[in-house]
Structure formats: structure tokens, C-alpha cells
Design a protein around this ligand. Structure first.
Ligand code: 9WN
Length: 441
């Protein structure tokens, strides 16, 4: 790519971020996701830091204005826009004693990339400014991380229990959909499915006005997710009740890996400002990598989610199997195995890697959301992980393929792993932001 092309792409990406700039926060896109999402904002800041550091700081601060009293950062903060398919009237977050006052949010969280964004912004500051920035952010970040261990880690093994596929950010990822169908379909969802009512229910969907239905979560899966949200709402988002009563409790590989990495970054922040991490976090940092290894399935040679209720691994392959590269430094042999799998043309080794679901999976569709397409945020984290695992060339190659995919497909939400055909929402913020990051660093 010529320097000229690079500059044109960066300019286009900045235009997308400007288009989605709502003042103090960035929406994911102009049509479908018209509120604020947690990990989207942190990814947005990772791009913004390259050309407007103050704006990036504002973006990182903004999700904390809705931090729950128990420390949780909610996955959506609702603004005034109308029309989103799962708005405040579905969540009723005010039913929780922990919900923030005077602001509407969802009642679950999303992968904790907050510490990553705080550190990436910190990298662009002078040592003195960085310490001030870290002093400001550390207590809020710490409260968030401690919430996981107080409320979502009954086994004390350092891996959080996730209660809705939307928390993982990979909404219809196959292992979650499989377990939901098997163990957690509401009566209503079962009836819709059995009576073949899905085509009728399809008409009531709001999300498919913005994006074609075949690129989104299926209708039955969406209604089942809505019903799970209603059951969390019934439990008033109280995690003690949820851990006891909820039908779908999963230890998720991607989520776990992001939290493991986030704790390492939290420690970096604490060290720089002379703070000692509390015991609960120290303990989690010590035990979580061992617990992560129990998610490795020797038979199928992949990392798998675990269904907490059955105790069994869900052996359905997805891109998550590579995320332990992002979590930390793995033994060389394991790194080589994962890289071999990434390049296998029968599974993940596509022209525009890495597909969210391998191409030989029954679930695979090249344009259906988290069941096949390639996502820029996953590639960004995996390239970072490859690099920290000593695989610089692999990391560079993955970034090049990702940039090429965006250059062909545009600033889209996701892409076909075969030919970079764009799918999902257009003018998508994290694609733009992470592209800027990949082209700048
Ligand atoms: C539900 C905003 C979000 C992303 C998620 C992605 C999608 C929402 C939806 O959009 O989820 O949270 O309505 O489909 O799966 O990762 O944060 O971009």
C-alpha cells in the first residue's frame, strides 16, 4: 500500500469517527447501534488517541459515568435516540439496587477492555501526565475488576461466570447458541420454534430494518436472548440470585482472556502510581492462568467455553480458541499449535482471516454476524497477542490482511473471510478506530 493510500484510509476512518461522535461519547454506527456500547467506546479511544488525545480521554472516561454502585460497567448506556431493538424498556435497570441514578443502562457488562484503553491512551502522554491520568482512572477500574471477583466468580478460580451471550460481545457465537437451545429456552421461545412462528416473529424485529436479516442473529436466537434478559430482570440483576437460578452460566474463553490481560494492565497502572493491588486481584492473577488451562481440550486441540451448570466443556470451535494468545505468554509448543490451526485452509486459514467460526463448522455462514465473518477487533487483539508471544511476523501478516480487508470492504462491522465482502452495519466505529491504530503504530 502506498503512503498515499494509507493517508486516504486514515482520513476516511477519521470521518467515520467524526460522524459517530455524539459529543462526549462515540456510537458504534449511525443506523443500528444508536446508543453507547462499552467495548466499542474503548476501541474508539484506541484510534482517537493518535490524533486527539483529549477526545480519547473523554471517550475512556465516558462509560464510567454510568458505573453501577457495585462497580459493574454496563454494556449499553442509553441516549435519547429511539429505535434500537433492545432499548431501556426491555432492561428496566432501575429494578436493581445497584443501578446508577438518572441514567438508563443495560443490566449486564461486556469484555473488559477498559484497562487496555487506559494504558494505550497513557502511552501517548508524558510521564507526568500519564501518572495523573492513571491516578484518575485507577480507582474506577479497580472497582470494576473487583466486581467480577465479588459477584461473578463463585468458584474463586479467577475466571468470571458470564450470564448472557451479549456480555461476550459475540452475541450469536455457536457454543453459546448451542447451550442456550439445549438448556435455556423459555417456554415462549420453545413454542415459537415448535409452531414454526419464526417467520411471523421476524416481522416484529427492529434490527433487520438497518441490516439484512441473513447477516444478523437468527430470529429464534434473538427471541430466546430477549427472554433470558427478562429472566435477569426478574432477578433484579442480583448476582447471588443469578448464580443460583439462571439457566445459562458459562465460563467464556474470550471474556476470560480479556480479563486476565486487563489485570496485568491494571497492575502496570498500579505500579506506575505506587499503588499495591488488593489481595482479591492478586489472587485472581495467580490462579486464573491455571484455570484457563483447564479449558484446553486435548482431544480436539482447542480452548473451549465451559458450561458451569454441567461442568462440561462445550467443544464447538470458534475464533475464541486463539484468545489465550492475547491473555498472556503461552508455552512455545502451544503457540505453534494455535498458529498451525490459524493457517489451516480447512478451518481458519481463509484469504481474510480470522473467521469467527471455522469454515468447516455446521454453523458457518460467511456473512452471519459471529458465525463466520471476520471481525476487526478480534484480529486487533490477536495480532497484539501474537506479538507478545514472540510471533512478530505472524502479527504483522494478520494486521496486513486486516487492513487489506478494510481497504476492499470499507469501514464495515464485519467481512466475509473469503473475499472481504462487507456485512453488518456500515460506518462502524471500531473498524475505523482500530484501522487508524494498525496504520499508525
Ligand atoms: C447487542 C455494538 C454491539 C457490539 C457487540 C455486537 C452487537 C448488540 C446487538 O453490537 O451487539 O449488544 O444489538 O446486536 O455483537 O459486540 O458491542 O457494536
Amino acid at each position: 500500500m502506498t503512503p498515499h493510500d494509507t493517508q486516504t484510509l486514515i482520513n476516511k476512518a477519521k470521518e467515520v469517527l467524526a460522524l459517530n461522535d455524539m459529543g462526549g461519547w462515540t456510537r458504534p454506527d449511525p443506523g443500528l447501534y444508536v446508543h453507547q456500547w462499552l467495548w466499542d467506546s474503548f476501541f474508539a479511544a484506541i484510534g482517537q488517541r493518535h490524533y486527539d488525545i483529549e477526545r480519547a480521554k473523554t471517550e475512556v472516561r465516558s462509560p464510567f459515568r454510568a458505573q453501577w454502585k457495585n462497580g459493574m460497567l454496563p454494556h449499553i448506556i442509553f441516549g435519547d435516540a429511539k429505535g434500537y431493538h433492545a432499548g431501556p424498556e426491555l432492561w428496566h435497570c432501575e429494578r436493581s439496587k445497584d443501578a446508577p441514578d438518572n441514567i438508563q443502562t443495560s443490566g449486564v457488562t461486556q469484555p473488559p477492555v477498559a484497562a487496555e484503553a487506559v494504558v494505550r491512551v497513557g502511552q501517548k502522554l508524558s510521564a507526568e501526565e500519564r501518572r495523573a491520568w492513571y491516578r484518575e482512572m485507577y480507582p474506577k477500574l479497580l472497582a470494576y475488576h473487583q466486581w467480577f471477583y465479588r459477584e461473578r466468580n463463585p468458584r474463586g478460580d479467577g475466571l468470571p461466570v458470564i450470564v448472557l451471550s451479549w456480555e461476550t460481545g459475540m452475541d450469536n457465537t455457536p457454543p453459546w447458541m448451542h447451550s442456550m437451545h439445549r438448556y435455556a429456552m423459555s417456554l415462549r421461545a420453545q413454542l415459537i420454534q415448535q409452531a414454526n412462528f419464526t417467520s411471523i416473529m421476524e416481522r416484529f424485529r427492529k434490527d433487520t430494518a438497518a441490516v439484512p436479516a441473513e447477516e444478523r442473529i437468527s430470529t429464534i436466537d434473538l427471541y430466546a436472548v430477549y427472554d433470558l434478559i427478562k429472566s435477569l430482570r426478574k432477578y433484579k440483576y442480583d448476582n447471588e440470585t443469578i448464580m443460583r437460578e439462571h439457566k445459562l452460566l458459562i465460563v467464556d474463553v474470550t471474556f476470560s482472556c480479556i480479563l486476565i490481560r486487563a489485570n496485568v494492565l491494571l497492575k502496570e497502572i498500579a505500579d506506575e502510581i505506587g499503588e499495591a493491588l488488593p489481595m482479591d486481584i492478586e489472587h485472581a492473577m495467580h490462579v486464573a492462568p491455571h484455570a484457563l488451562e483447564t479449558l484446553w481440550d486435548t482431544e480436539t486441540q482447542q480452548y473451549c467455553n465451559r458450561n458451569v451448570s454441567t461442568g462440561r466443556l462445550i467443544k464447538i470451535p470458534t475464533v475464541s480458541t486463539f484468545m489465550p494468545l492475547y491473555a498472556g505468554v503461552l508455552p512455545k509448543e502451544r503457540v505453534k499449535t494455535l498458529i498451525r490451526q490459524m493457517h489451516d485452509p480447512k478451518t481458519f486459514g481463509t484469504p481474510f482471516p480470522i473467521p469467527s467460526t471455522p469454515i468447516n463448522s455446521d454453523y458457518f455462514r460467511p456473512n452471519r454476524y459471529w458465525q463466520g465473518p471476520t471481525w476487526v477487533n478480534m484480529n486487533w487483539m490477536l495480532a497484539d497477542g501474537l506479538e507478545r508471544n514472540g510471533e512478530k511476523k505472524e502479527a504483522e501478516q494478520l494486521r496486513e490482511r486486516t487492513v487489506d480487508m478494510i481497504a476492499r470492504g470499507g469501514m464495515q462491522e464485519y467481512f466475509s473471510p473469503f473475499d472481504a465482502e462487507p456485512a453488518g452495519a456500515a460506518n462502524f466505529s471500531w473498524t475505523a478506530a482500530l484501522l487508524i491504530d494498525m496504520l499508525t503504530d
